[in-house]
Design a protein around this ligand. Structure first.
Ligand code: NAD
Length: 371
């Protein structure tokens, strides 16, 4: 019987390079751990424009909507920069997010021990950090109306509107609580209820969802500005943080960059539950297509590989195998193996994309041998 379906959309630039290494890791789990996925590969972004004239073909969109999980590399590049906005590679990614209705964006901030010295924070503050920021992704001030630049009383006024419905808050809160149940069962909700009505409603709804459905999870509330300070002062006090689109945009970048290079950062975007009980999900590295190093075998594949670890944990309920993969990455870093982007973070052996993939596979094997 074929296993759960996994659609790989490698995209452009370094996307295919990092996804090739991720595919080797997926195949390792199939052959060595019996985790058989029905894997399909398709085009997105500039690659899809070159083949089909559009950044995401309808058939690809349908396959993504039906897949148990989608793994994306990166899209974009100078070759397609001059295209009109509606046909740019990035529109393929936006269409995926919109039509899959991916309203919860998960950005982990994990500090691997070998990289703790390289953080801008002191090692004793950052070592062992393992938190996830859940950002609402499809509503809030980036989408609310009225919006625009109007002229009032002889001068221009820029307008954006923060707007959240109870349903929009409740569904992202549920995603955060469900995530916390797979971790340390602690959620901190961040808003500005002291100065924003949308923040008052946010706090009320998050509390109500908690009390009705997730009383086993510890919930705290914090103003987002205080949260930013606490993330820098004592980040390990958190487990899961849930917040709106704007605050989440800022706080997730802040938290992620405490821990190292963009080549290390995975992410997940989750949507509604499907008929088979799984949640619609897209996993992707935070980085882009890196045209400056594309095609040279230099890219760090760890963000893409760690995105697959997130898929194992959050789509396929295999936290045990996700941890196995993360431990292998930890050991690779501990051995001093670094791609170019990590060299500034200290290390002995500069390697390319495929050699980093080799190192992860070798550590996975070594982990099996060690039992
Ligand atoms: P980028 O993330 O592609 O690159 C920023 C810098 O980080 C570059 O110097 C790059 O070499 C380096 N870098 C990124 N990923 C790396 C990796 N895995 N290993 C080693 N070094 C890495 O961002 P950018 O330069 O602003 O954008 C380049 C293109 O990517 C643009 O077309 C942009 O629109 C697109 N983009 C796509 C996504 C996405 O697909 N989700 C996200 C951001 C940017």
């Amino acid at each position: 019987m074929p296993g759960p379906s996994l659609l790989i959309l490698a995209g452009d630039g370094i996307g295919p390079e990092v996804m090739a290494e991720t595919r080797r890791v997926i195949d390792w789990f199939a052959s060595r751990r019996g985790l058989a996925f029905a894997v399909a590969e398709d085009l997105v972004g500039g690659a899809a424009i070159d083949a089909h004239g559009v950044p995401l073909a309808d058939a690809t969109m349908a396959a993504a909507a039906a897949a148990d999980a989608v793994l994306l590399g990166a899209v974009g590049g100078p070759k397609w920069d001059a295209l009109p906005f509606a046909r740019k590679p990035e529109r393929g990614l936006l269409r995926l997010r919109k039509e899959m209705d991916l309203f919860a964006n998960l950005r982990p901030a994990v500090c691997f021990a070998a990289l703790a010295e390289a953080s801008t924070l002191k090692p004793e503050v950052i070592a062992g950090l393992d938190i996830v920021i859940v950002r609402e992704l499809t509503s809030g001030v980036y989408f609310g109306t009225p919006r625009g630049i109007v002229t009032e009383g002889g001068e221009r006024v820029g307008i954006n509107t923060q707007r959240y419905s109870e349903g929009e808050i409740a569904r992202v809160a549920r995603a955060a609580f469900a995530l916390a149940r797979q971790r340390s069962r602690r959620v901190c909700s961040m808003e500005k209820a002291n100065v924003m009505e949308s923040g008052v409603l946010w706090r009320e709804v998050v509390q109500a969802v908690h009390d009705a459905e997730f009383a086993d999870v510890a919930l705290s509330h914090m103003y987002a500005d205080a949260g930013a300070m606490q993330l820098v002062r004592a980040p390990r006090q958190f487990d899961v943080i849930v917040t709106d689109n704007l605050f989440g945009d800022i706080l997730s970048d802040l938290a992620a960059m405490l821990t190292g290079s963009i080549g290390m950062l995975p992410s997940a975007s989750l949507g509604a539950r499907m008929a088979n009980g799984r949640t619609k999900a897209l996993y992707e590295p935070v980085h882009g297509s890196a045209p400056d190093i594309a095609g040279r075998g230099l890219a760090n594949p760890l963000a893409a590989i760690l995105s697959f670890a997130m898929a194992l944990r959050y789509s396929f309920d295999r936290g045990d195998e996700a941890s196995r993969l993360e431990r292998a990455v930890e050991r690779v870093l501990a051995a001093g193996i670094r791609t170019g982007d990590l060299l500034a973070l200290g290390g002995r052996t500069p390697v390319g994309t495929a050699a980093m993939g080799d190192a992860v596979l070798a550590e996975l094997e070594a982990g099996l041998a060690a039992g």
